[in-house]
Design a protein around this ligand. Structure first.
Ligand code: FAD
Length: 460
């Protein structure tokens, strides 16, 4: 029976174990998770709501999620986030303007019409070439025009990737489109080819798990038709954990401090213990943490991993009396042209049935920047000032909660860096890395990647 160690029990590790066991039930899997056990949920009490201040939406249904939803041993229910989720606002000249939803009212500053924008541009019959490490801003400026890219890229990168546009690489955000553009395809053809490639990959994945991918169609721009789980993201984490436990997976609370490899097997070390050997190790921990634990096995790789960059930001959950604010819609995005530390406001009570309440309105706001010098109260004041500017909201929230986080920065040069890291990791053998530093920040992409990795790494 082969033995697999998984370091970190985020959605990547849990789903990898799930997909692996589905195909190879005779495998011993053991998780090592930072004590106290993390469930990636960040559940917190906010007055009338049990709120998840971490993630909440799945942006695209794919075969990986489909398999989980169809599993009779896992009872999760997915639903379209609905019309409201697709109604987003972009702040323009200090006023939130609705981003149009229909093609006929297509406006160039809409981030929800990327495919259409690219198609329109391809009418210029121009072949674009994007050099290797191009920032999101530069790429958009080349493809579009400066003024447009100010709005387009900054709303996108600030609102969804918590980064300034110049710091984010185009190729990292749209890897498939980039690949085809780089092969000198026209933009429209590159988008079509990227979608086609993904569709074929989905068919292969679904077939490998004996179901059909009919009805699942990939989108190039994956923020436009989100779905939510009735049980929320913590429900997905909990269901996978429960499933794995029932199927014999062990969860051990231990912080791994180093890894050693011998004859293609791996031994894990904690401060006082040596655990193993294992035939395979999977990890979804951040690149800088991996740098520390891989140092003894590969010093050069450890040095490269340290080059990963991060952006700090704070998520602020607040509850207002419903008579003060009740905006219909999904998000308010704030481009940096508005010179605000606020990147996005998510109108939670509108999107999620479990946050519906006649008396209260729940919003989640994202403030960019290192906030260690600010108290929670000071951050609340900054948020109140910004909300007042953009929505006129003057009231105090009845509940307020700050969580300080960081997000990977897909920096210019990231794609080449990632290729180098992947090559070095595969040279080590039987070590698999995943997670938002190496794959994507989106749960659906991470699930899909785990499904692929489970198939690619089956042991005879
Ligand atoms: C505020 C916020 C909102 C988000 N919203 C969404 C959303 O709406 N939709 C969406 O799709 N995505 C969203 N995301 C992104 C998504 O949540 C992440 O990309 C995803 O959870 C990453 O999962 P992971 O398994 O790769 O890593 P993680 O969840 O980071 O798991 C890694 C685990 O490894 C553990 N670990 C680290 N070092 C060690 C060690 N030495 N030994 C043992 N364990 C260790 C860590 O404690 C951690 O639990 C959001 C992210 C944030 C922060």
């Amino acid at each position: 029976m082969s033995r697999i160690a998984i370091i970190g029990s985020g959605i990547s590790g849990l789903s990898f174990a799930y997909f692996y066991l589905k195909k190879n039930p005779n495998t011993h899997i053991e998780f090592f998770e930072n004590p106290p056990p993390q469930n990636s949920g960040h559940l917190t009490d906010l007055g009338p709501f049990q709120a998840d201040l971490h993630h909440d939406m799945i942006f695209q249904k794919n075969p990986a999620l489909e398999l989980i939803l169809r599993d009779p041993e896992i009872s999760l229910q997915a639903q379209d986030a609905g019309k409201d989720a697709q109604t987003n606002y972009i702040v323009k000249d200090l006023i939130p303007a609705k981003i149009p939803r229909s093609k006929s009212s297509f406006r160039f500053n809409s981030i929800l019409f990327l495919t259409e924008s690219l198609k329109a541009l391809s009418n210029y019959q121009k072949v674009y070439s994007l050099w290797d490490s191009m920032s999101f801003f530069e790429a958009t400026k080349t493809l579009f025009m400066e003024n447009f890219s100010e709005y387009f890229t900054s709303a996108f990168t600030r609102g969804f990737l918590f980064s300034e546009a110049e710091n984010t690489e185009f190729a990292a955000v749209f890897p498939d489109i980039y690949q085809y553009i780089n092969q000198n395809l026209k933009v429209e053809k590159a988008v079509e080819s990227a979608i086609e490639k993904r569709k074929n990959e989905w068919i292969t994945l679904a077939q490998a798990y004996s179901f059909s991918a009919d009805g699942l169609s990939p989108r190039a721009f994956y923020y436009d038709n989100p779905i939510i789980l009735k049980e929320g993201m913590p429900g997905l984490i909990k269901s996978l954990r429960d499933y794995l436990k029932i199927h014999g997976t062990k969860f051990t609370s231990a912080k791994i401090s180093s890894l050693a490899s011998k004859a293609k097997t791996w031994t894990l070390h904690t401060k006082n213990n040596k655990i193993g050997p294992f035939d395979m190790v999977f990890t979804d921990i951040d690149a800088d943490y991996l740098s520390a634990i891989i140092k003894e096995a590969d010093k050069e790789l450890s040095g490269e991993l340290k080059k990963m960059k991060y952006n700090s930001y704070s998520v602020i959950g607040s509850i207002y009396p419903a008579r003060q604010i009740r905006l219909d819609g999904g998000h308010i995005l704030i481009p940096r042209k508005e010179k605000s530390p606020l990147a996005r406001v998510s109108l939670m009570s509108n999107l999620f049935p479990h946050y519906h309440n006649k008396e209260s309105f729940f919003i989640k706001s994202y403030l960019l920047g290192e906030h260690d010098l600010f108290s929670d109260e000071e951050l609340q004041d900054i948020l109140k000032r910004e909300l007042k500017r953009f929505t006129g909201l003057k009231a105090d929230p009845s509940h307020f909660k700050v969580v300080r986080l960081r997000a990977p920065q897909y920096f210019p040069g990231y794609t080449a860096w990632r290729a180098l890291i992947r090559a070095k990791i595969s040279a080590l053998e039987n070590l698999i890395i995943s997670g938002d530093d190496f794959e994507s920040m989106l749960t659906d992409r991470l699930l899909e990647s785990s499904m692929k990795k489970a198939l690619e790494n089956e042991k005879p």
